[in-house]
Ligand binder design. Structure first.
Ligand SMILES: Cc1cc2nc3c(=O)[nH]c(=O)nc-3n(C[C@H](O)[C@H](O)[C@H](O)COP(=O)(O)O)c2cc1C
Length: 293
């Protein structure tokens, strides 16, 4: 299917884009107006765009329903300060409750059962229950349109972070396994980050990977190895050579059983290499693949 965005209603545009551009982190923004009314609302049109200066952006849209603006936007236009609280699994249902369209004078801290904790540099309060809170100064507000659904970029400089000790490792850094982020997808879908769905992809930027185009043809054209597998193999920084000390029982038995049939042997070696790659054992997988030469 191919669709042109100009032919869609605002609701459909939003629907396709939100399902496709996912998961999105959630900014739980605490803001305040000149009269001291506090607002707390979640925004998944949110990300970081610079670390030095430390800049994050979230976007309260004009309502598709009636083209009105959200209280959070009105507040930052009056008082250009915000506390961005990171949403983790423990608070996701309460966070969703805070997104109800309550009247302006209603404080979502009370409605959603969160504890307001005074911030140290800005006026809006922090959400005590959030494990990472960022006190921010609003630098610029950039409207992206005038119709319902138009976003308003709120560019925020992060001045101070408050991080719960329980998510830190022994070096004072955030342990990714301890912060169970939730993220927004399309419709009512969310996802949860925890140890069971985290994995690591080694950064290739310190040394250049050899590239998939440099892989030997039988590996590159394998019917068994996937694009991810080739990506792992092509990320080594020099072409591996046979290691005579590589001693592996399964490799030996593949040689023993399939030596009469090279095609079957190649298939078996690729299946074994694929298994090793799924366990992150790239060097071992290379040794298995090189054994055929
Ligand atoms: C997880 C989540 C993410 C949301 N993300 C956005 C967003 O990025 N932009 C937006 O305009 N509204 C978003 N909403 C809806 C707003 O939170 C909702 O309109 C809120 O009531 C705005 O409140 P306010 O008028 O008090 O500022 C989101 C709602 C939820 C539950």
């Amino acid at each position: 299917m191919i669709i042109d965005l100009k032919d869609l209603t605002p609701v459909l545009k939003q629907n396709y884009l939100q399902h496709a551009i996912a998961p999105r982190p959630i900014c739980f923004a605490s803001t305040i107006d000149n009269a001291g009314n506090v607002n707390l609302s979640p925004f998944s049109f949110f990300n970081m765009f610079s670390s030095n200066p430390p800049m994050v952006i979230f976007s309260p849209s004009r309502r598709v329903r009636d083209n009105t603006t959200k209280h959070s936007l009105q507040n930052v236009l009056e008082v250009p300060e915000v506390v961005i609280n990171i949403v983790d699994y423990d608070m996701v249902y309460q966070t969703s409750l805070a997104s109800c369209e309550f009247p302006k004078e209603v404080n979502e801290f009370s409605k959603a059962g969160f504890t307001a904790e005074p911030a140290t540099l800005v006026k809006p309060p922090m959400v005590k229950e959030s494990k990472v809170k960022m006190e921010c100064k609003v630098h610029e507000i950039k409207p992206l349109g005038t119709e319902g659904g138009a976003g308003n970029l709120v560019l925020c400089e992060v001045l101070r972070m408050h991080i719960a000790d329980e998510i830190l490792n022994e070096n004072g850094m955030i342990d990714q396994r301890k912060l169970h982020h939730v993220a927004r997808l399309g419709g009512d879908w969310y996802c949860k980050v925890d140890e069971t769905n985290l994995f690591m992809v080694e950064k290739p930027n310190t040394k250049l990977g050899i590239g998939i185009d440099a892989l030997p043809a039988p590996i590159k054209n394998s019917k068994i190895l996937s694009g991810n597998n080739l990506g792992q193999l092509g990320n080594v920084h020099e072409m591996p050579v046979i290691d005579p000390s590589f001693d592996d029982e399964r490799l030996k038995s593949i040689f023993q059983y399939y030596s009469v049939n090279p095609a079957e042997m190649e298939t078996e070696l690729h299946i074994y290499a694929k298994k090793l790659l799924s366990e992150g054992k790239v060097q071992e997988a290379w040794q298995v693949l090189l054994a055929l030469n």
